[in-house]
Design a protein around this ligand. Structure first.
Ligand SMILES: Cc1cc2nc3c(=O)[nH]c(=O)nc-3n(C[C@H](O)[C@H](O)[C@H](O)COP(=O)(O)O)c2cc1C
Length: 194
């Protein structure tokens, strides 16, 4: 099977920027039900299985969930500081909650939970994100959740990418490449002006 064309430059960027922990952080923009943009930083958790779907984890109690349920279209923006290149990945988000009945997707959610650090797992036992600040300090020192049983509010989020815009600042002139999904697994590649 041939590799999706934008996966190679992205894999290369991840490799060349691997010394920088922030190279796994990207911005994920959604659209509110009022049609307003909403953006936040999330951690890239690799691709799901043999697909091109990017994995993130999130809390079902967070605001973005309402956006995604109303409008799954989203765009991720990822800047690699060492190699000075930007990837913008647009597509559709797929939310996998505790109620998801699709077996492979539920297994992916389970695997994502097991891969988290203890401190990351603990945050899912904290009080609801975005609600007025909890006064009791103990609310942020809950019992450590089990490594094998995801908390109900733990979600896996997948980005099914349909368009990638890759900009390389290095080079005279800079390079910019657009990848568009044309068919189920067919991509077009076009060099455009930066
Ligand atoms: C470096 C960094 C990494 C983060 N990683 C995640 C993440 O992987 N998942 C997540 O839901 N929120 C993550 N957050 C918090 C989000 O940016 C955001 O504050 C939170 O998800 C609430 O967003 P919302 O109200 O739009 O849902 C991260 C924040 C930072 C600064």
């Amino acid at each position: 099977m041939s590799l999706t064309p934008w996966r190679l430059p992205l894999a290369r960027a991840l490799h060349r920027n691997r010394s920088q922990p922030h190279s796994h952080y990207l911005q994920l923009a959604t659209i509110t039900h009022e049609g307003l943009p909403a953006n936040r930083t999330v951690v890239f958790r690799g691709f799901w299985s043999d697909t091109d779907w990017l994995q993130f984890v999130t809390d079902s109690r967070s605001e973005k969930i309402i956006h995604i349920q109303h409008q799954p279209l989203a765009e991720a923006c990822w800047y690699f500081t060492k190699t000075r290149e930007q990837f913008r990945l647009a597509g559709e988000l797929i939310l996998i909650t505790a109620a998801c009945e699709d077996k492979p997707l539920q297994l992916a959610r389970q695997a994502a939970w097991e891969k988290l650090s203890d401190s990351a797992r603990l945050q899912f036992a904290w009080p609801s994100p975005g609600k007025p600040r909890e006064k009791e300090k103990e609310a942020f020192t809950p019992t450590q959740p089990s490594e094998s049983e995801p908390l109900d509010n733990f979600c896996l989020l997948l980005l099914n990418t349909k368009k990638v815009d890759w900009l390389e600042l290095r080079g005279e002139p800079q390079n910019r490449t657009l990848y568009l999904l044309k068919g189920e697994k067919t991509w077009s590649t076009q060099l455009v002006n930066p």
